[in-house]
Ligand binder design. Structure first.
Ligand code: BGC
Length: 450
C-alpha cells in the first residue's frame, strides 16, 4: 500500500477547531485530541483505538465495537471440489485454497457498511451501499484486542459450516509487527522493538494460532504483514526500517511457521507493481521472498504472495496510467508475470492473490507512490477465483473499502504527509477508522457498478 517514494513533508492546513459538538463521523477523542469530545444528536462518541474516537450513528448502546456475530454468507466462488477432512496434522490441498469453500463474511465490516448505508439519504445510493456488506473482505488483526473477534468469527463460521453443509473460509490479515509501517507513519502499531516487541508479537501469533486450532473445519487464509518485506527490499535507507530488519524477519518467520502448523494458507504481502514491480527491484524481491519461504521450512501452506493490498492499481490496465511511465510492469498482471519466474528460479513456486477492492477507477493519482485515500476511487472487480491467470488464486478485497488509510490531521502523532497531498481525500480520520464520505464515493464510482 505504501511506496518507496518519499515526498517532502507538506504542511497540512486543516481548519482550526471550532468549539462545540463533533459532527457525525467526526473525531471526538484520542491521544492528543483537543477538539470536541461530544457528538451531535443521533451519534455517539465511540473509541476506535487509542488515537481516535469517532462520532458514529446511533445511541449509546449501538456502537459497532461489538459487531453482530453471525450474518448470512454468500460466496463469489464456484465450489468445485470437496474439501479435505480436518485432521490434527493439517494436510495442504493441492488446489486453490478457495476451491470448495464459501467465504465467511466479516461481521465487523458488514456492520460498518450497514451503519454507513443507513446514513445515506439518497435511497438508490443507500441500497447500493448496503449491498457491499455481502462482498467478502479480510479481517485485519491490527492489534491484540481484535483476537477475541477472530475467535468469535471462527466459532460462527464453524457453526454455519455445519448448519449449511457449506464449508467456510475465513480471510485475515496478520498485521501487528513491532515498529510496524517503518517507512510511513499512518499505521504505526502497538508494539515497539525497543519495548519487548518481538516477544509481544510472538504472543500475538500464539493467540491467533490457539484460536484457529480449535476450529479445524474452518479454512483460514492469511495475508502476512502488509508492506513489511517490501520495505526491507527498498527502504533500508530509512533508519526505522534498517533497525527493524532483523526483527521483521524473525517475526514473519515465526508467524509463517506457526500458522502453517495449524493449516493456515499464507500469502506474504509483496507491495505492488509501482513498488517492487520496477525492474531493478524484481530480483532482490524474489530472492527475499524465496529466502523467507525457505527459512520458514518451505511449507506448502505458504502459498505465495499478495499484491496491491490497500492500493489502487488495475489488475490489467486498458492503457498504462501516465504516472507509471518507465515501468514495463504498469499493472498487477505484468508485475506478477515478471515476478513469478524470478521466484521460481529462486526456489519459491508461489501463486498470488490480488487486491482489487478499490481499483475500479484508474488514472487518479498525481504520483504512483501516492497511497492515501486517493480521491475518486471506486470499488473494483468483485472477489473471484475466476482470475484469468493460473498464477492468481483469487482476486480479493483485502482493504475493507471505507476504512481510512491515514489521517490528514497534521497534529496527530500518526500524521503522514502523503495523506495531505492534493490527490488524497480530506479531511480524513485515523487509519482503519470509518471514513463515510470516502465510502460513499467508492460506492458511487464502483466499477463494475453495484
Ligand atoms: C490500518 C489498520 C486497518 C487496516 C484496514 C490499515 O491502514 O492501519 O488499522 O485495520 O488499514 O482498514
Amino acid at each position: 500500500m505504501r511506496s518507496s517514494v518519499f515526498l517532502a513533508a507538506l504542511s497540512a492546513l486543516l481548519p482550526a477547531y471550532v468549539a462545540g459538538q463533533a459532527q457525525q463521523w467526526g473525531q471526538c477523542g484520542g491521544i492528543g485530541w483537543t477538539g470536541a469530545t461530544t457528538c451531535v444528536s443521533g451519534s455517539v462518541c465511540t473509541k476506535q483505538n487509542d488515537y481516535y474516537s469517532q462520532c458514529l450513528p446511533g445511541t449509546a448502546t449501538s456502537a459497532p465495537s461489538n459487531p453482530p456475530t453471525s450474518l448470512p454468507s454468500s460466496s463469489p466462488t464456484s465450489p468445485t471440489s470437496a474439501p479435505s477432512s480436518p485432521s490434527s496434522t493439517p494436510t495442504p490441498s493441492a488446489n486453490n485454497p478457495w476451491t470448495g469453500y464459501q467465504i465467511y463474511l466479516s461481521p465487523y465490516y458488514a456492520n460498518e457498511v450497514a451503519a454507513a448505508a443507513k446514513a445515506i439519504s439518497d435511497s438508490t445510493l443507500a441500497a447500493k451501499a448496503a449491498s457491499v456488506a455481502q462482498i467478502p473482505t479480510f479481517t485485519w488483526l491490527d492489534s491484540v484486542s481484535k483476537i477475541p473477534d477472530l475467535q468469535q468469527y471462527l466459532s460462527d463460521a464453524s457453526a454455519l459450516g455445519k448448519s449449511s453443509g457449506q464449508k467456510q473460509l475465513l480471510q485475515i490479515v496478520v498485521y501487528d509487527l513491532p515498529d510496524r509501517d517503518c517507512a510511513a507513519k499512518a499505521s504505526n502499531g502497538e508494539f515497539s522493538i525497543a519495548n519487548n516487541g518481538q516477544a509481544n508479537y510472538e504472543n500475538y501469533i500464539d493467540q491467533i494460532v490457539a484460536a484457529i486450532k480449535q476450529f479445524p473445519d474452518v479454512r483460514v487464509v492469511a495475508v502476512i504483514e502488509p508492506d513489511s518485506l517490501a520495505n526491507l527490499v527498498t527502504n533500508l535507507s530509512v533508519q526505522k526500517c534498517a533497525n527493524a530488519q532483523t526483527t521483521y524477519l524473525a517475526c514473519v518467520n515465526y508467524a509463517l511457521k506457526q500458522l502453517s502448523a495449524v493449516g493456515v494458507y499464507s500469502y506474504m504481502d509483496a507491495g505492488h507493481a509501482g513498488w517492487l514491480g520496477w525492474p531493478a527491484n524484481l530480483t532482490p524481491a524474489a530472492q527475499l521472498f524465496a529466502k523467507v519461504y525457505s527459512d520458514a521450512g518451505k511449507s506448502p501452506f505458504i502459498k505465495g504472495l499478495a499484491t496491491n493490498v490497500a492500493n489502487y492499481n488495475a489488475l490489467s490496465a486498458a492503457t498504462p496510467d501516465p504516472i507509471t511511465q518507465g515501468d514495463p510492469n504498469y499493472d498487477e498482471i505484468h508485475y506478477i508475470n515478471s515476478l513469478s519466474p524470478a521466484l521460481t528460479s529462486a526456489g519459491f513456486p508461489a501463486t498470488f492473490i490480488v487486491d482489487q477492492g478499490r481499483s475500479g477507477q484508474q488514472n487518479l493519482r498525481q504520483q504512483w507512490g501516492d497511497w492515501c485515500n486517493i480521491k475518486g476511487a471506486g470499488f473494483g472487480t468483485r472477489p473471484t477465483t475466476n482470475t484469468g491467470s493460473s498464477l492468481i488464486d483469487s482476486i480479493v478485497w483485502v482493504k475493507p473499502g471505507g476504512e481510512c488509510d491515514g489521517t490528514s490531521n497534521s497534529s496527530s502523532p500518526r500524521f503522514d504527509s502523503t495523506c495531505a497531498l492534493s490527490d488524497a481525500a480530506q479531511p480524513a480520520p485515523e487509519a482503519g477508522t470509518w471514513f463515510q464520505s470516502y465510502f460513499e464515493t467508492l460506492v458511487s464510482k464502483a466499477n463494475p457498478p453495484l
